[in-house]
Design a protein around this ligand. Sequence first.
Ligand SMILES: [Zn+2]
Length: 274
Amino acid sequence: MKILISCDMEGITGVTSWDHVDPSHAEYQRFRHLMTCDVNSAIDGAFAGGVDEVLVTDGHWNGSNILIEELDKRAKLNSGIGTSQYSMMQGIDDSFDGVFFIGYHARACSENGILDHTWSTNLNNVWLNDNLIGEYGLNAALAGFFGVPVVMISGDQTACRQTRELLGDLEIAEVKYASGRHSALCLPPAESQLLIRNASIKAIGNLRKGLAPKPYVVQSPIQITIELISSDMADRAGRLPGSQRVGNKISFASQDMATAYKTFRAAAGLASLS
Ligand SMILES: [Zn+2]
C-alpha cells in the first residue's frame, strides 16, 4: 500500500499567525519543526497501519519547509514545488492507494478558519464546477483524476468540516479550534500528534476494509472560476487564453482535472504578476 502525504503549514499544530508560516520571520523556524513533527506522526501512523511506502510533498510557500534531517527515514520527500508539475500534489499518480492532507486550512472567506485562503491571498472564492472549494477541493479532485481517494486530514475544525462536507467521511485530526482568522484554542504537540497518528492508523484501516471515501471525481467538462480581490488582478488573470471574465471573476473550462489544475495555477500566477 502506498500513501501520498500532501502538507501545508497553516493547519499545523499551534499555527495561528502569518508570522508562523512566513520564512522571513524568526518564528517560522519553530513552526517548520512542528510541521515536520505533525508529518512524522502521520508517517508513523501510516506504517503502523501497514503501508509499504510513503511519499511526502511539502506544499507550503516554495515547498522547502519540512526539515529533512528530522523526517522519518521510512518516507521520501518532494521538496521545492514551485516549478513542479502538480505543486502541493507533486508525485500523485494512479499507483497510490490514498492521500493524507496534513496541516491544511479552510478556504478563503471562511468564518473561524486559521489563516483561511485559497492558494493565494489574491483570491477570494474559487468554484470547481458549482462547488465552492478550497485547496482541499482542488487537490482532492486531482487525486480523484488518478483514481485516488483522500482518506485523512489534519487542521483546524473548519478545515476538517469543509473537507468532510465535500469528500465524505474521511478521518480527521482537529489540532486546534479556530475562533477567528488569527485566534485558536490549540492542543499541545504531544496531544495533536497523537490525534494525527491515530487518525492515520484508522484511515489505513478504512482503506483496507473498503470503508474509506471514494475518489473525488469531477465530471468533464470542468469549469473553474476564480474571484480576484482586485480588478487589476482580474485584468491580468483575464489574459489567460480562452478565459471569460465577469467583474472580478475569471472562468476557464478544461476537459480533464489535470489540465484544469495546471490552468488554475497559470491563472493564479498571472494575477500575481505586476
Ligand atoms: Zn495553503
